[in-house]
Design a protein around this ligand. Structure first.
Ligand SMILES: [Zn+2]
Length: 346
């Protein structure tokens, strides 16, 4: 029987070495140590042994059982370590190129707004902000647009209720600035989102405006034109000319549309190739913003005496400037967050 146990031992050592999975080990464990296992059946024969042989065989049997248990344990560990190593091998392929970490870029609108605000800041304007959900008073009434004023229809307004709207322009910030500063000079740049119920390739229901307001004693239309001239040259290019065309806004009198010479064809209307300029459509001029002298009615609503002070205001659309600068024809591209588009701007 001792011979049988020795054979069993050799067989076990060989079999466990060949085991490749946990299941293999389990099968072997059952095969040797289970109720119907090989060791168990050998031990069953012990009853037939003589008294002298029994202890010898018994101790050999114990030795083999201990060895089998040890083999189960050590081979499970071996397989587990091998599996873990394989898992890492799958995950880490050292031959792959490194992962490139993406760099963030400034959004073209943010960049354009920053540029405009930095020019205004260099001209002495300080940043002013106000709420996007605005009272009727600040958005319309104080800006010389009483309840029955037709200009309210001009702007397709999002009403929250009868008295509260999503602001349709940044002009209410001018009112808020004047009411809080209370005395001249007031020189503020109002920047923020505005909302109008309008959308196509050149209009978005949400867009950004920047307005400049300067109120002081004896501010003239000449001051306005000079400011716009510096502004246009700094935002577009040196030599850009400014043209003012008569217009109408309820909150300024007189009012003007502001045109600049086309930066694409330098105001010629045609390109060097002889083609008609598509930016200005051959006119040589591009409409860029609205401006004017602050209406006396606006001063009255803002705590200023129109006999003592005068002022000018101008408003520009950030999207419009960005579209012109970068040659973008669809405003929606700014808001789709497609990285292929956004990554073109440095
Ligand atoms: Zn042009």
């Amino acid at each position: 029987m001792v011979g049988e146990l020795n054979t069993l031992k050799t067989e076990a050592e060989q079999s466990f070495q060949d085991a490749a999975t946990k299941d293999d080990v389990e099968k072997l464990r059952v095969g040797f140590l289970g109720k119907k296992g090989k060791l168990t059946s050998v031990l069953r024969g012990m009853g037939k042994l003589s008294k002298e042989d029994r202890p010898k065989v018994g101790s050999k049997a114990n030795e083999v059982r201990d060895l089998l248990e040890e083999l189960v344990k050590s081979n499970l560990l071996r397989i587990k370590e091998k599996e873990r190593a394989a898992e890492f091998e799958d995950r880490i392929d050292v031959t792959l190129p490194g992962r490139r970490r993406g760099y963030g870029r400034t959004h073209p609108l943010t960049r354009t707004a920053d540029d405009i605000l930095s020019v205004l800041s260099s001209l002495g304007f300080t940043l002013a902000e106000g709420p996007e959900i605005e009272h009727d008073f600040y958005n319309f009434e104080a800006l010389n647009m009483p309840a029955d004023h037709p200009a309210r229809d001009m702007q397709d307004t999002f009403y929250i209720n009868d008295d509260v709207v999503l602001r349709t322009h940044t002009s209410p910030v001018q009112i808020r600035a004047m009411l809080s500063l209370k005395k001249a000079p007031v020189r503020v740049a109002c920047f923020g989102r505005v909302y109008r119920n309008d959308h196509d390739v050149t209009h978005s229901p949400m867009f950004h405006q920047i307005e400049g307001l300067y109120v002081d004693k004896q501010v003239t239309f000449g001051d306005l034109k000079g400011t716009l001239q510096v502004f246009a040259e700094r935002i577009f290019r040196p030599g850009t000319k400014v043209r003012l065309r008569p217009s109408f806004f309820p909150f300024t009198e007189p009012s003007a549309e502001v045109d600049i010479t086309c930066f694409m064809c330098a105001g010629e209307g045609t390109l060097k190739t002889g083609d008609t300029c598509r930016i200005c459509k051959g006119t040589g001029w591009i409409e860029i913003m609205g401006a004017g002298m602050v209406d006396p009615e606006v001063f009255k609503h803002s705590g200023f005496d129109p006999d003592e002070v005068s002022g000018f205001a101008f408003g520009i659309g950030v999207e419009r400037v960005a579209m012109l600068r970068y040659g973008i024809s669809d405003i929606r591209l700014f808001f789709e967050n497609d990285q292929r588009f956004l990554h073109q701007f440095f």
